[in-house]
Design a protein around this ligand. Sequence first.
Ligand SMILES: Nc1ncnc2c1ncn2[C@@H]1O[C@H](COP(=O)(O)OP(=O)(O)O)[C@@H](O)[C@H]1O
Ligand SMILES: [Mg+2]
Length: 437
Amino acid sequence: MNALGYWVTRFRGDDGLVVWQRSACALRTSRVEPLAIGRYSLPVIAGWEAGRVVLGMTEQVVKNSAPSESAATPLLRIEAVKKRFGGFVAVDGLSLDIKAGEFFALLGPSGCGKTTLLRMLAGFETPDSGRILLGGEDIAPVLPHQRPVNMMFQNYALFPHLSVANNIAFGLKRAGLPRREVAQRVAEMVALAKLEGMEKRRPNQLSGGQQQRVALARALARRPKLLLLDEPMAALDKKLRESTQLELIALQKRLGTTFVIVTHDQDEAMTVADRIGVMRAGKLEQVAAPRRLYETPTSRWVAEFVGDVNILDGNVTSREHGRLTIATDAGAVVAAAPSQPVEATSVALAIRPEKIKLSRRGPAADPGHADAMNRLDGEIVEVGYVGGLTTYKVRLDAGTMLQARMANTTRLDSDVYQTGQHVVAWFAPDDCVVLDR
Ligand SMILES: Nc1ncnc2c1ncn2[C@@H]1O[C@H](COP(=O)(O)OP(=O)(O)O)[C@@H](O)[C@H]1O
Ligand SMILES: [Mg+2]
């Protein structure tokens, strides 16, 4: 029993008055033997005696701070976790901190180790090396059903022979909750997941969306601290997926539970998550908020994996006034110097399609005007109309292909530019991200 932490928040050495609390519970005051302010694991609190807490051995004083600051301790800490299957390394020394109340997305291509990582957090797989800490405690010895962690599986894994209510009640009964409490909790979850009137149905009498909500309700029923969701919306059609994403965000904010969602869908990760960890071959390539990930990728791989991007390879020919001039096959391009200096001469320039503007003759040639600083001539070779947007492929005079994207802000009978038309593609130095090649 060492899963829970207790905080001693105030201590008066003279009379042994200690104010302590268990995570977010109410403050309690007790008189005890002198203790330092800090965090104590459960065995320290040996018992209650007539309103005073009896403290055992004071092992493991983690740090000297009040519980309000304990929020700085991540709820989940993954330390250099590695998992092999035979000779294949599925998770390769991955480290990550996740804060309490965070909605975190693990995003990566199929087979990069996302599910394996989740299964280790849930306790269904054991890491070969590394540690997983929950609230500062190593959870290695804690059995899956004893962890304050629950997992919603990719295929929902509902019990086909059980009703909706009994599916939701399953974990509660197994945990030995009294019947009345089980019934109450099931009713709560049915309301939360908008499953009223469906309590008696079996999973095969439900739509895909309803099954998904049963799986979610079942996973939340035991009020886990950490909910793991493996591709929870993969089986839903696009419209339903979008509304479900919004419902999931609202639910997570309401409950305040920490969510870790696994997805290979970058739009989904961007929509739901506070932060995204991009995974590649068992490792994290970049961890950042959605906007930062998209606008400031730190590697060419992330730039290409998250969203569409134009990449121009080139060599830095000058660095001045916070700008780099880069000689590319398409001509010289001026880019804003990245905040993390790129030492290499040989670089890759990443420019998102919507940052590239097209016009027939280019913007008024004002050399002092940054927006017009990069102007590349080319010809439209492909036009892709997708309703709200049109994507244009431009073959630059130098032969390089560029993709530009324009919002269709007015109703027009045809796209603004036609195949074969000459255009100037232009963009500002700030629109370019300079990356190691
Ligand atoms: N139990 C297992 N035995 C052998 N290989 C496995 C096992 N589980 C996963 N793998 C392999 O580990 C890699 C990562 O799998 P997984 O974590 O399921 O990826 P993801 O969820 O990102 O698609 C894959 O190559 C997969 O084939
Ligand atoms: Mg998976």
